[in-house]
Design a protein around this ligand. Structure first.
Ligand code: ASP
Ligand code: MG
Length: 408
């Protein structure tokens, strides 16, 4: 018998029909002799609608009341799902964060889970009851309702799985797993049977939107196995777990990309210690995140350097950089907000050379210019023109043979 925590996202419980279908699926898993605890999100786009409603009442709504409002969405879906399960003859009970409780820090709208009292849930599981828990919400020390950040139900599910010492935490969603790259861009993209936590963090962090980043970090920290599955089609999905050191890791597992990038290049600033700091300090003061930074080799006591920011921060960063360099005669600032980043990710890169060579060779054959490069142990990222992104991803997907299942 296994103990499984399942999480159903908003679209999976978006209608009465979907709630009944989810109940059938839970009943089947329980019928196979498993203990099942369930976490749900709010139905469909409920949370978005609640946010709009609040804005109609007040342009800048009070944060405590905002959390009180948003937490209602998940309470609706837990109760409805429990009713649907009972109708199938199963014992089921809904639980919200106040009842258990799920204790969080007090930062309204972005609280962090601090402790979960799992006694009620354990009792339910022991007595053959399926507990249905509201995701995304918590209770602060002063008794206020809190929420843990948009998309946070994934994280609630992992936290519950950890305290219940579940065998697996399953995230049921509208895709059937994690792919080698976005199948909407590359039709040959293949579902991965398994990826390591580290690879998933790179794939998720680089803009692949299947899972909440914090939930993967949490699962990695506690070694909780995560599985991404379709809530509609049967299948084994993608298992995200610790790297299996006995099996040779794939050199390249996937390609992630992100279009929301902008690059700024500062040319011919004096090559003195502290110049880069003087230019970047106003950027961090303005709470703008800098991603890639590249400093070129100095020539004649002058140096060029480039950095990237989110496209939304581009205008502001450009302006700050222009004023920070105004005192350096001859220095120039140029920017481009039509750039995109792609990242080739794979644990096997640690022990295999040649991944970067193949990347540059492939892009050269496609006549695609590389603007910036950054690497980690298991990732190589390059910045290219946005217009070249799709061609680059397709060519690299082919070059690394990602459409083929790895021979094992
Ligand atoms: N309902 C919340 C949101 O839409 C939490 C979640 O879906 O995980 O952000
Ligand atoms: Mg939602």
């Amino acid at each position: 018998m296994s103990l499984i925590v399942q999480k159903y996202g908003g679209s999976s419980v978006g209608s009465v029909a979907r709630i009944h279908a989810v109940a059938e699926q839970i009943a089947k898993l329980a019928g196979q002799g498993n203990q099942v605890a369930v976490v749900v999100s709010a139905m469909g786009d409920t949370t978005d609608r609640l946010v709009e409603l609040a804005r109609e009442i007040a342009p800048d709504p009070d944060l405590r009341e905002m959390d009180a409002l948003l937490a209602t969405g998940e309470m609706v879906s837990t109760a409805l799902l429990a009713m649907a399960l009972r109708r199938l003859g199963l014992k089921a009970r809904s639980w919200n964060a106040m009842q258990l409780p799920i204790e969080t820090t007090s930062h309204a709208g972005r609280a962090r889970i601090a402790r979960i009292d799992a006694r009620q849930l354990k009792q339910d599981l022991e007595s053959g009851i399926v507990p249905i828990v509201a995701g995304f919400q918590g209770r602060a020390a002063n008794g206020d309702l809190t929420t843990i950040g948009r998309g946070g139900s994934d994280t609630t599910a992992v936290a519950l799985a950890v305290v219940l010492e579940a065998d697996e935490c399953q995230i049921l969603t509208d895709v059937d797993g994690v792919y080698t790259t976005d199948p909407r861009m590359v039709p040959e993209a293949r579902r991965l049977d398994r990826v390591s936590f580290e690879e998933m963090l790179e794939l998720a962090g680089q803009g692949s939107r299947v899972l909440h980043l914090r939930c993967v970090e949490f699962a990695a920290r506690y070694g909780m196995k995560l599985r991404v599955l379709s809530s509609v089609e049967p299948g084994s999905g993608t298992l995200i777990c610790q790297e299996d050191r006995k099996v040779e890791a794939p050199v390249v597992s996937g390609i992630a990309f992100n279009r929301d990038e902008a690059a700024i290049t500062v040319a011919r600033v004096p090559h003195h210690p502290g110049v880069a700091h003087a230019i970047l300090k106003p950027i961090s003061r303005a709470a703008i995140d800098v991603d890639m930074i590249v400093v070129n080799a100095p020539r004649e006591e002058r140096v060029d350097f480039s950095y990237t920011v989110h496209r939304d921060d581009y205008e502001k960063a450009l302006e700050l950089t222009r004023s920070a360099t105004a005192d350096y005669p001859g220095a120039t600032v140029e920017g481009d907000d039509r750039v995109a980043k792609l990242s080739v990710v794979g644990s096997g890169m640690r022990t295999h050379a040649g991944v970067a060579t193949q990347l540059f060779e492939t892009l050269a054959m496609e006549s695609i210019n590389v603007r910036l490069v950054s690497t980690s142990e298991i990732k190589i990222s390059v910045l290219v023109s946005e217009k070249d992104l799709e061609r680059a991803v397709r060519a690299l997907h082919r070059a690394y043979g990602l459409e083929r299942a790895p021979s094992s």
